[in-house]
Ligand binder design. Structure first.
Ligand code: PXG
Ligand code: PLP
Length: 437
């Protein structure tokens, strides 16, 4: 490949010069595997980027997309609509917990987060409580990369170059990772529900009447699979209720079966007021996101004169017909193949498999929930992420795609994974750890 061919594409979240000196290209994908440019099979340990729950190359979705594109290529969603948008919103609302009955479509997780934050602010204003302008996020939270999500997010590297452009009036809860008493816990950690009291502290500092919403990932994926301690999310919900604050769950990773329930809200039994999703809504095949709002939130907007727009927000590609078709076909697969139930059934096997890596070289913690796992490595002193990148490259050479963040290996295989494939994945990773300095 000519160097010129690689020049124009500026890769996201990638060291471009290093990558272009030694590029990794996929040219096809089917089931659990990618095919590389040089014809190798690579097992997808990460469902793309947490997207491809039903595995790759699903003809049902591709056919639905093709049919939709021929039938109705594009329809505006401002002042117009098309039937599939309503069908999909109704299907999604039925799948969502409690009374999250209203769906606003976006094109990514980042847009879903911006939408949720704007709905939260506008909700309070619509109720005559417009002094509630503060947003509370969490350290090490990943809520996408646009200005709102970056501001409420807590990923230092994603924030530092834009310090002057953060939203005003944002504060952060502490994260829930790293309590020594929780190391190597199988499943949800026992200790640390008290960390939710941070929200009371921020309420005392700012006065709760100034706080519009709290946004957290029920399980933080991107920062390295940080689990909520037992009782933590319940306590956040109680404090929000006490003070009239909206609770937003960012379910961009946890949505659509990853934990063995449709959404993490159902898995943990905690009801948010607003929920953001994307990624697996279309099995990753075309971009789409969906924000869910409760009856209370939605209905607060439906009070003024009926000819006036209630929410000044939306995207050109909101409810794009082809994306709607892809999402409907994906939901069909999830349902007919019982993939959410399958994830729940496989979770104990996955848990034992990943925890079998305890005691291997460099491993300082292992975490898991549903079909998510993380192997947390001791960094090389003075050279953070170098070791995990070596693990990543060696695994890739052996035919296993991992995802890394900090010095953490994150794993989230497609929900179609077989037990024998879990065994191979864990064996391969163990071997790679043994041979990595
Ligand atoms: N919220 C959460 C919780 C996410 O995980 C976003 C918002 C933003 O979504 P978009 O579609 O705008 O990227 C995300 C995205 C990783 C990884 O390796 C995670 C994400 C994206 C890319 C890589 O963990 N999460
Ligand atoms: N899974 C998916 C993807 C769905 O869309 C639905 C319902 O719409 C369900 C599960 C729940 O299925 P059932 O109503 O058959 O219990």
């Amino acid at each position: 490949m000519l160097r010129n061919d690689l020049d124009a594409f500026w890769l996201p979240f990638t060291p471009n010069r290093e990558f272009k000196a030694n590029p990794r290209l996929f040219v096809a994908a089917k089931g659990m595997h990618y095919t590389t440019e040089d014809g190798r099979q690579v097992m997808d340990g990460t469902s793309g980027l947490w997207c491809c729950a039903a595995g790759h190359g699903r003809p049902e979705i591709a056919e639905a997309i093709g049919k939709a594109a021929i039938e109705l290529d594009y329809a505006p969603a401002f002042q117009m609509a098309h039937p599939k948008a309503f069908e999909l919103a109704t299907r999604l609302a039925a799948l969502a917990p409690g009374d999250l009955n209203h769906v606003f479509f976006t094109n990514s997780g980042s847009e879903s987060v911006e939408t949720a934050l704007k709905i939260a602010l506008a909700y309070h204003r619509a109720r005559g409580d417009g002094a509630r302008t503060r947003l509370i996020g969490r350290e090490r939270g990943y809520n996408g990369v646009n200005f709102g999500g970056m501001s409420v997010g807590g990923m230092t590297a994603n924030r530092k170059a834009y310090a002057a452009a953060m939203l005003p009036g944002v504060d952060h809860l502490r994260h829930t990772d790293g309590l020594p008493e929780n190391l190597f816990t199988k499943g949800q950690p026992e200790h640390g529900a008290y960390l939710a009291e941070d929200l009371e502290r921020l309420c005392t500092l700012h006065d709760p009447s100034t706080i519009a919403a709290v946004i957290v990932e029920p399980l933080a994926g991107s920062a390295g699979v940080l689990l909520p301690p037992k009782g933590y999310l319940q306590r956040l919900r109680e404090i929000c209720d006490k003070h009239g604050i909206l609770l937003i769950f960012d379910e961009v990773i946890t949505g659509y079966g990853r934990l063995g329930a449709p959404f993490a809200a159902q898995y943990f039994g905690v009801q948010p007021d607003i929920m953001t999703t994307a990624k697996a809504i279309t099995n990753g095949i075309v971009p789409m996101g969906a924000v869910f709002a409760s009856d209370k939130v939605h209905d607060a907007f439906m009070t003024g004169p009926e000819h006036v727009i209630e929410l000044f927000h939306g995207y050109t590609f909101t409810a794009n017909p082809v994306a709607c078709a892809a999402a409907l076909a994906s939901l069909d697969i999830y349902k007919t193949e019982g993939l959410f139930e399958r994830a729940a059934e496989l979770a104990p096997y996955w848990q034992e498999a990943i925890h079998s890596l305890k005691g291997r070289r460099h491993v300082r913690d292992i975490r898991n929930l549903g079909l998510i796992g993380a192997v947390d490595l001791e960094p090389i002193a003075g050279s953070p992420t170098r070791r995990v990148m070596n693990v990543f490259r060696t695994a890739y050479a052996k035919g296993l795609l991992l995802r890394t963040t900090g010095d953490i290996v994150a794993l989230c295989p497609p929900l179609i994974v077989q037990k024998s494939e879990i065994d191979w994945l864990i064996d391969t990773l163990g071997g790679v750890l043994d041979q990595t300095d």
